[in-house]
Structure formats: C-alpha cells, structure tokens
Design a protein around this ligand. Structure first.
Ligand SMILES: Nc1ncnc2c1ncn2[C@@H]1O[C@H](COP(=O)(O)OP(=O)(O)OP(=O)(O)O)[C@@H](O)[C@H]1O
Length: 164
C-alpha cells in the first residue's frame, strides 16, 4: 500500500517536474526574455525572432526581384522576360516539332481556344513560350496576359496567378 502510494507520489512529482521543464523550455512564463538561438526556440515569440531577419531581408530585396518572384508587376511582359525559361529565347517557329507546330497553328493562326498536354519534358513550356512570343509580336506585349492557377506554375511560364 505504501509502495503504491510512493509510486503514485513519484509519478505525480515526475509529471510536475516534467511540466516545469517543459514550461522552462517553452519559456511560456517570460517569452520576452528568451535568449536561446532561434532554431532552438518553439514559442511564438521565438518564431517571430527567427522570422525577423527574413522579413528584413525580404524588405531589402531589390523591387525588380520581388516583382519577378511574386508577379506583382502590372506589366506581364516584364515578368515573362525575367523567367529563366524565357531568357535568351526568341520566336523561332522553325524550331518547333511537327506536333508543336500543329498546336501552334491551331492557337495562333486559327485562333482556337485549345488545351494541350503531354508527358514531362515533351516541350509544352517551350511551345507555350513560342506561342506567347508570337502573340506578343502580333498584338503587342501589353495585350498578352499569361496566367496560371498557382504561383509556382505562373512563375514557370512567366505569368501571374489568375486572381491578380
Ligand atoms: N522544339 C524544341 N526545340 C528545342 N528545344 C526544345 C523544343 N521543345 C522542347 N525543347 C527543350 O526540351 C526541354 C523540355 O521541354 P519543356 O520544358 O518545354 O517540356 P515540358 O513538357 O514543359 O516539361 P514538364 O512537363 O516537365 O514541365 C527543354 O530544355 C526545352 O528547351
């Protein structure tokens, strides 16, 4: 009976000790005095501390680079020409494969609304860039909008997200 009580007592003490350790670790009681390196801290204050240099860095980024990543430019053509895929690429219809040429012709010459797809690396992005270049040449850069449903997809094709 006494052994059981002792065991219970020890367990309770252990819990309280563990709780104290946890509170110390999380520094719930005094978050403002937290001095641990940011990667060791788990309080919201610690996360704030860790995020501060990133926020500062983001603020210091040149405006042009921010436009490039977040597509905040109203000039879609500027964003398009800043993407790695579009760099050093000019309109070259002769470079297209017969399948690419077929799709290109449907969209650009026959003005059809089209959906094209294919396996990875079959040249969809390349074709899309060529079509964008052709449309920009035909109608002017400011009249061609390139959009995608997610930020990463938009960045890949030099566009902006649809909701912008
Ligand atoms: N007609 C072409 N002439 C020259 N290079 C091409 C042509 N078509 C595609 N490529 C090149 O082939 C590679 C793959 O093409 P691309 O990235 O357009 O494929 P994708 O179908 O968009 O791939 P993913 O589905 O993985 O995004 C790229 O390096 C691209 O420049």
């Amino acid at each position: 009976m006494s052994a059981t009580s002792k065991q219970v007592g020890t367990a309770a003490n252990g819990h309280s000790h563990n709780l104290k350790m946890l509170l110390n670790l999380l520094d719930v009681t005094a978050p403002r005095r937290l001095q641990l390196p940011s990667e060791w801290t788990y309080t919201s204050y610690g996360r704030d501390l860790a995020a501060r240099p990133l926020k500062r860095k983001r603020k210091d980024e040149p405006a042009k680079r921010r436009h490039q990543w977040h597509g905040r430019s109203s000039d879609h053509a500027t964003t398009f020409y800043n993407t790695p895929l579009a760099e050093n690429k000019s309109l070259n219809v002769d470079s297209l494969t017969p399948e690419q040429k077929y799709v290109f012709d449907l969209a650009i010459n026959q003005r059809k609304s089209i959906f094209f797809t294919g396996s990875a690396g079959t040249g969809k992005s390349y074709l899309l860039h060529q079509m964008c270049l052709a449309l920009q040449e035909k109608h002017g850069k400011e009249h061609v909008a390139i959009t995608a449903s997610t930020g990463i997809a938009a960045y890949n094709i030099g566009g902006v997200t649809v909701h912008r």
